[in-house]
Design a protein around this ligand. Structure first.
Ligand code: ADP
Length: 645
């Protein structure tokens, strides 16, 4: 048994509170929900466990019979439940029978132990697997908002720690718990039947053990919590420092950082030492209690055997029964030491089950009507009708990000989205992808409100190249083919060529089979961007969204993409969010957003003519003026501070 892995106190769970389902019996619900098909295994394993524990009691009883009837001849030979006529009569045969019983018992016990472990582990491992997969699946279906407001670490912790906690409880603690019940109940009963008076003496220490074990867990819990908190803090510090090692070195703050690490490490050391000293005091205490319990039983029982019933006791006690009592006393007390741990681990497993259920049953899934409309072929007419939108954040109230935005893009139109940082450009395309739902108004595709469409069908028709091109760990080939199903190498290479990626991919060590992404070959921002553009091209979407698609791209690449942009945007409605206005210069229409409002709309030439915000931005970018007019700067600053809020 391991006291060392105890989980922390209540504080630990606070950050997860929002994942808590306010339901009782979360664990039972998970057991019966996910484990139902394998419930027979669980019952089978439990039965095996119970029978093993009962068998465990027999050898000591056999020894008692051997001592009393064969070694000392104090009682006639007899076995409970066995008719006398069936028993052998010579001491040699009787002894052989006893040996035979012990042989069978131990053999059977070993076999049942195997059955028990197999059944329990089988049940627990399958349950763990199913719960993890289901939980991940449920998590994936949650609204974007959920991910905005949660720390990745918390979600990871549910998928890992909580699911493991459940498995751990099932395979070790629940099994031990059942053992305690059977042993304490079974042995107690046998002892009471054999000699209830001496049985009471032996049982004196049992409640003490239970209480001591319970108190210990109560005392050690906060200490374990402190250990985990401090090791967490130490790890974050180390991770942070290693990540920022270039800054540390360039600012020559090594000494300062070494000091901070020393501080974190000392806190960890002290917390650990505190827990260890508590723990190493507890074990001798338990041993003392069990030892004294044994001593008292031996004293009273021994006196009884030698001199007859002492004081208030009455009846007869044989040496054999005393030996049996002493053996049972130990068996009886041993599992009680784990009483506190079992209770405690039950609490943690229940909390883990609650968090898992909380995630599984989170109501934040987008409300897509069952059997929402499926779009076979999208023409690509996209319209925003009086759209208002604000993010709901946990910490600060919601602020309106889009105000009454209306426009309509015709199929095949190339629409540029420009405006200062924080104006709401990314938000606007997120609404089209239905990462979020509008507060009021509507976003429509080919005249269908996106909320009425089948989510998968909607998103399948949209290609999205995000601001931060993300590559999964895998080959370049897999990254380009991501989400496109079965595609030929030629199609992949063609898409890569269009995105200006083919040349550099060819030069990578393994060409298209080179592993990229985290742990893979490091690519420049521009190269990642080009791969992610190739990914969008390959899907041949009806609607294409390029979110600052050229922001990571160097001038040379941009020129390359610009050249192929003609092919890229042909026959599909394209939204391009651009900081470099040259990217959208040729757009059919440019939408200018400012502080959540659509302030201008038109072609490049028309907007220059208009001499508004766009014209100002353009002049700055082409270097016609040194800086923006005062009034515009103010607005930008306002936009920025919104963005940073
Ligand atoms: P742009 O793409 O024009 O730079 P965004 O659409 O990214 O602007 O952001 C518009 C506003 O919405 C900003 O004020 C920003 O802080 C806020 N915002 C963006 N994403 C989120 C989010 N996930 N949760 C809360 N606020 C957000």
């Amino acid at each position: 048994m391991s006291w060392g892995h105890g989980r922390g106190g209540d504080e630990d769970d606070e950050s997860f509170d929002e994942f808590r389902e306010n339901v009782d019996h979360a664990m039972v619900r998970i057991l019966f929900g996910y484990g139902r098909s394998r419930l027979p295994l669980l019952i089978f394993g439990t039965l095996a466990s119970v029978v093993t524990r009962v068998l465990d009691l027999i050898p000591a009883f056999i020894l008692a019979v051997a001592i009393d009837s064969l070694f000392f001849d104090e009682r006639p030979f007899g076995l409970p439940l066995v008719p006398e006529a069936w028993l052998p009569t010579t001491p040699g045969e009787q002894f052989a029978l006893l040996l035979g019983i012990v042989f069978v018992v131990y053999t059977l016990e070993a076999a049942l132990n195997w059955v028990n472990s197999w059944a329990w582990n089988n049940f627990a491992q399958h349950l763990q697997h199913e719960v993890r997969v289901e939980t991940y699946d449920a998590m994936q279906g949650l609204e974007m908002e959920f991910f905005d407001n949660k720390q990745t670490g918390e979600i990871m912790s549910i998928l890992n720690n909580d699911v493991n906690q459940l498995e751990n409880f099932l395979t070790s603690n629940l099994n031990t718990g059942i053992n305690i019940v059977v042993m304490v109940g079974g042995i107690g009963l046998i002892m009471l039947l054999a000699n209830w008076q001496l049985a009471l003496v032996s049982m004196l220490t049992v409640p003490l053990l239970g209480v001591a074990s319970f108190l210990f867990v109560r005392i050690i819990q906060p200490k374990y919590y402190r250990v985990r908190a401090s090791v967490g803090a130490l790890n974050s510090r180390l991770e942070n420092n290693l990540g920022g090692i270039a800054v540390v070195k360039s600012y020559t703050t090594e000494e300062f950082e070494a000091g901070r690490v020393e501080e974190s490490s000392r806190e960890y050391f002290e917390a650990n030492w505190d827990a260890i000293t508590t723990r190493i005091r507890f074990w001798p205490t338990l041993q003392l209690l069990t030892g004294y319990g044994y001593l008292v039983t031996l004293a009273v029982g021994g006196w009884w055997v030698i001199n007859g019933a002492p004081g208030p006791f009455s009846g007869e006690l044989t040496a054999g029964y005393l030996v049996m009592f002493l053996t049972y006393t130990q068996r009886f007390m041993w599992p009680m030491r784990q009483f506190g741990e079992i209770l405690n681990s039950y609490q943690y497993a229940e909390a883990a089950a609650q968090r898992i259920l909380g995630l599984l049953e989170d109501p934040q899934t987008l409300a897509t009507p069952a059997g929402g409309e499926t779009l076979e072929r999208v023409e690509g007419r996209v319209a925003f009708e009086n759209v208002w939108f604000s993010y709901e954040s946990d910490d600060h109230g919601s602020e309106t990000v889009l105000r009454d935005v209306s426009f309509a893009a015709e199929p095949g139109e190339y629409v540029g989205l420009v405006g200062p940082t924080g104006a709401g450009k990314t938000t606007l395309v997120s609404l089209l992808l239905r990462f979020y739902d509008v507060d009021s108004g509507a976003v429509t595709v080919d005249g269908h409100d996106v909320r009425d469409l089948d989510l998968e069908s909607l998103r399948r028709s949209i290609g999205y190249v995000s601001q931060e091109p993300f590559l999964f760990y895998g080959s370049v080939r897999e990254n380009i083919a991501y989400g496109a199903g079965e595609v030929t190498d030629a199609a992949i290479a063609a898409a890569a060529r269009q995105a200006g990626a083919h040349e550099f991919v060819e030069e990578l060590p393994d060409g298209y089979e080179t592993m990229v992404g985290e742990r893979g070959v490091k690519l420049s921002g521009g190269q990642r961007q080009r791969i992610s553009i190739a990914r969008a091209i390959l899907r041949d979407p009806d609607i294409l969204i390029l979110d600052e698609a050229t922001s990571h791209v160097d001038n040379e690449t941009e020129a390359l993409i610009q050249r192929s942009l003609g092919d890229l945007i042909a026959n599909r409605t394209t939204f391009a969010i651009a900081h470099r206005l040259s990217t959208v210069r040729n757009a059919d229409r440019i939408l200018v957003l400012e502080d959540g409002e659509l302030v201008e709309s038109g072609t490049h030439d028309a907007l220059l003519e208009r001499d508004g915000l766009y014209a100002n931005l353009w002049r700055v970018q082409v270097g016609e003026v040194e800086e923006l007019p005062e009034a515009f700067l103010e607005r930008t600053v306002r936009g920025r501070s919104n963005a940073e809020d």
